[in-house]
Design a protein. Structure first.
Lengths: 286, 108
């Protein structure tokens, strides 16, 4: 009883502290146009299903510093393009017992994969919710006779980035009704559930406090349209579900694993919160 | 496994006497030599230790790189273009490999 009482006080103090001490900083008033010829929508009216939650949706790009935003404006300055190029090379390489490359079935990556990232994750023919990583590994194991790649392995990152950049500038277009609805509902439930010792839900930071600082971090809306992204602190690629893991860990919770059903559902729900924005992956984030 | 690939960005043309911005990037792990693997053994140093740029045989920049420089070193600098010609870029790896790239520029 005593324990519960002190915890309540602690939570109340923490909540007060957060709102009273919150430091707010304006987003950048800036437009994203990659290489000067690929305009990206980074600000849009929120989708119908976000009514009462958000009025407008913003890409995380708007919350980043001048220097970080500039890196994403030019493909030469964007370090993720190194990984994209490596993925494109792999695309044309034969691998596995079937003697096939990705290109043998899908053709040129620029054509065959155009728009694919914008629809991910989606329900497959067996009624399961699959992310891009699942589709890639399904091709590798069942069609190519090759070994599956680890979710956060180098070759998987290269390939997801190479496929993602083919959809840059196309609006997020995930299906959330029909057979996707139960996954979406579950994802929404996870989004609003408080996890960890800090008892934070995704919404605590990314809906109620975006624009404010959490210690030194400028909170964004947690959109995933720029993922997979290059994180400067990792000097490498970070996948969508790996970022989720980092967030949940920061609430001091035991996290779900990458590739888990929970993170698939959450990926669909978070993707749907970005409807109206364009795919800008691979982005650059601090 | 190393997948090293140099990239450079130089304007295609300039006016004589113009100062242009040159951007270079090479994908390289830049293993510092101070990290240890899972068994506690030191991972040997393997970095790009020198980068040079020449214009028509004349040195533009000569850089010594140190182990604290991050993965995929990016070097940006300015150069004056007195005449049409060719920039030559060279990266020197600890393992003895030399990576090269060239880029022509016209003056008009």
């Amino acid at each position: 009883m005593t324990l519960r009482f002190s915890r309540t006080i602690l939570a109340a103090t923490a909540a007060f502290g957060l709102s009273a001490m919150a430091l707010h900083a304006e987003m950048a008033n800036d437009e994203l146009n990659i290489n000067g010829d690929l305009p990206i929508t980074v600000k849009a009216p929120a989708a119908e299903h976000l009514k009462g939650h958000l009025d407008e949706v913003y890409s995380g790009w708007l919350f980043r510093s001048d220097e970080t935003r500039a890196m994403e404006q030019d493909d030469f300055d964007n370090p993720i393009m190194i990984f994209a190029e490596q993925g494109m090379e792999t695309w044309d390489k034969v691998d596995g017992t079937a003697g096939k490359s990705c290109a043998d079935c899908h053709g040129a990556i620029e054509e065959g994969m155009k728009g694919v990232r914008a629809t991910m994750p989606k329900v497959n023919s067996k009624g399961e919710l699959w992310s891009m990583e699942d589709y890639i590994n399904d091709c590798r194991t069942n069609r190519m006779g090759a070994e599956a790649w680890g979710w956060d392995s180098g070759p998987m990152h290269n390939m997801t980035v190479a496929i993602t950049v083919q959809s840059r500038g196309m609006p997020v277009n995930v299906k959330i009704d029909g057979e996707a609805a139960p996954f979406w509902e579950k994802g929404k439930e996870i989004y609003y559930t408080r996890y960890g010792q800090l008892e934070l839900s995704c919404a605590s930071c990314h809906e109620e406090n975006y624009g404010n600082f959490i210690r030194a971090d400028h909170l964004s809306q947690g959109q995933i349209n720029a993922f997979p992204t290059y994180r400067l602190k990792n000097a490498g690629v970070v996948s969508i579900q790996n970022r989720f893991k980092g967030c949940v860990r920061d609430t001091r919770a035991e996290t779900f694993a990458v590739g888990s059903p929970e993170f698939h559902d959450l990926e669909l729900y978070v993707a749907s919160r970005g409807m109206g924005l364009d795919i800008e992956g691979g982005g650059v984030r601090p | 496994m190393k997948n090293v690939r140099p990239r450079v960005k130089v304007p295609k043309s300039a006016s004589a006497g113009d100062v242009i911005t040159i951007k270079t990037l090479i994908s390289h792990p830049m293993e510092s030599g101070t990290r240890k693997d899972k068994e506690g053994n030191v991972i040997p140093r393997e970095i790009i230790n020198r980068f040079t740029c020449e214009f028509n045989g004349e040195s533009v920049i000569d850089v010594t790189l140190e182990p604290a420089i991050s993965t995929n070193p990016y070097i940006e600098f300015e150069a004056k273009v007195p005449e049409a010609g060719e920039f030559k870029f060279t990266w020197y790896d600890d393992d003895g490999s030399v990576y090269e790239d060239t880029q022509k520029i016209t003056v008009g």
